[in-house]
Design a protein around this ligand. Structure first.
Ligand code: SAM
Ligand code: SF4
Length: 324
C-alpha cells in the first residue's frame, strides 16, 4: 500500500468528500440567498463512482472519509450509499457533517451504517437568530434532529458552532449547557475568511479569545490530540466541572504543519487545501474506471499541496462548493 505523503512529509489519510453542492439552507456566511447556480445531476459523481474513488483512496492509505456538502442529507439515497460503503470498507472511519435539518427523518437509518462520527452545525439556540443566519432554517427541526441522533445512539456526535462577534459570542454558556444536556461534544469554530462579501474582520474571534470567553475561565486544560483527529481542533477539559470542549482554529493556528486532509468536490475535483483555488479533476479517470491512473493522479497532485493556507488564500470562495 502506498502512503499519501506530500512534499512536506505530511501523511494525508483523511479525505472530505462533498456529495452535493445543493442545500436547503442559505447560511449568510456560506451561500448567497439567490442566484446560486447548482450543478446538473449529470455532473455530480454517482454513488458507485464515489465508492470506486474510495477504493483508490483506501489503497493509498486513507482511513477516514467525511461526507459533506452542501447539505449531504438532501441528496437522495445517501444512507443506502453509506451502508454499501461500510459493507465494502468496514474499517474505514466514515463520518458525516450535516446542518441537522433532516436528521429527524434519517437518524435511525444512519444509526445502522456504522458511522464513526456525526457533526451537526448549530450556530445559535435563538429561533429568530437561527432563521436569520440560515435564512431558510427552522431551529425546531435541528433541535429535534439532534435529539433523534442522540436517541438513535449514533456515535461521536459533535455540535459545531461558528463563533461570530456580535451574533452568538454571548451564547457560549447556553450552547455548552445544551450540549451537556444532550451528552454531545461542543466545538467552537473560528469564522473563516472565505467569501470576501461576508467576511467582516470585526466579526472574527480568534480561538485564543474564544478560550478566554469560556465560563470557568482558568480551569480549562488542553488535552492531548488523537493522531487521526489531528487537525485544527484543540480539545480542552475543565478540571473543575469535567466538561470538554473543542475549539477549531483553522485561521489563527498554524495547524497547516500537521494537516492530514484532502478535499474532493461533488464533481470529482481534488483540492489539496481548503483555501487554495487549485483543483485537479479526477472525473474522467473515475468514469473510465481507471484505478491505476486515478491513484497516480492523486499521488502527483499531493506534491502541490501548499505548505500553508496563508501562501494561497484568494478570498473568492465559499464553503458550500467545497464542503467546509
Ligand atoms: N451543510 C452542512 C453543514 O452546514 O453542516 C455541511 C456543509 S457546511 C459547508 C460545513 C461546515 O462549514 C458547517 O459547520 C458550516 O458552519 C461551516 N462553514 C461554512 N462557512 C464557514 C465560514 N465562513 N467560516 C467557518 N465555518 C464555515
Ligand atoms: Fe448549507 Fe451548510 Fe452552507 Fe449552511 S453552512 S448554507 S447548511 S452548506
Amino acid at each position: 500500500m502506498e502512503r499519501l505523503t506530500d512534499s512536506y512529509g505530511r501523511n494525508l489519510n483523511y479525505v472530505r468528500i462533498s456529495v452535493t453542492d445543493r442545500c436547503n439552507y442559505r447560511c449568510k456566511y456560506c451561500m448567497p440567498l439567490e442566484g446560486v447556480e447548482y450543478l446538473e445531476h449529470s455532473e455530480i459523481l454517482r454513488y458507485e463512482e464515489i465508492i470506486f474513488l474510495c477504493r483508490a483512496l483506501w489503497e493509498l492509505g486513507v482511513r477516514k472519509v467525511r461526507f459533506t456538502g452542501g447539505e449531504p442529507l438532501v441528496r437522495k439515497g445517501l444512507v443506502g450509499f453509506l451502508k454499501d460503503l461500510n459493507k465494502e470498507f468496514p474499517d474505514m472511519k466514515t463520518a458525516l457533517t450535516t446542518n441537522g435539518s433532516l436528521l429527524q427523518q434519517y437518524a435511525e437509518q444512519l444509526a445502522g451504517v456504522n458511522l464513526h462520527s456525526l457533526n451537526i452545525s448549530l450556530d445559535t439556540l435563538d429561533p429568530v437568530k437561527f432563521a436569520d443566519v440560515t435564512r431558510l432554517g427552522d431551529l425546531d427541526d435541528v433541535i429535534a434532529g439532534i435529539r433523534a441522533a442522540v436517541k438513535a445512539k449514533i456515535r461521536n456526535i459533535k455540535l459545531n458552532t461558528v463563533i461570530i462577534r456580535g451574533f452568538n459570542d454571548g451564547e457560549i454558556g447556553d450552547l455548552m449547557a445544551f450540549s451537556k444536556e444532550m451528552g454531545v461534544l461542543l466545538r467552537l469554530i473560528e469564522f473563516m475568511p472565505l467569501e470576501d462579501d461576508v467576511w467582516d474582520e470585526k466579526a472574527f474571534i480568534s480561538g485564543e479569545e474564544i478560550l478566554k470567553m469560556l465560563p470557568e475561565g482558568d480551569s480549562w486544560k488542553a488535552e492531548k490530540p488523537d493522531s487521526l483527529e489531528a487537525g485544527p481542533a484543540k480539545y480542552y477539559r475543565n478540571e473543575k466541572t469535567g466538561d470538554s470542549i473543542g475549539i477549531i482554529t483553522a485561521v489563527s493556528n498554524h495547524f497547516c504543519k500537521y494537516c492530514n486532509r484532502l478535499r474532493i468536490s461533488a464533481t470529482g475535483k481534488l483540492r489539496t487545501c481548503l483555501f487554495s483555488p487549485d483543483e485537479v479533476s479526477m472525473r474522467q479517470l473515475i468514469l473510465n474506471s481507471d484505478s491505476d491512473g486515478l491513484k497516480e493522479l492523486i499521488l502527483q497532485s499531493i506534491k502541490d499541496k501548499p505548505r500553508c493556507w496563508s501562501d494561497v488564500r484568494t478570498g473568492h470562495q465559499n464553503m458550500s462548493g467545497i464542503g467546509g
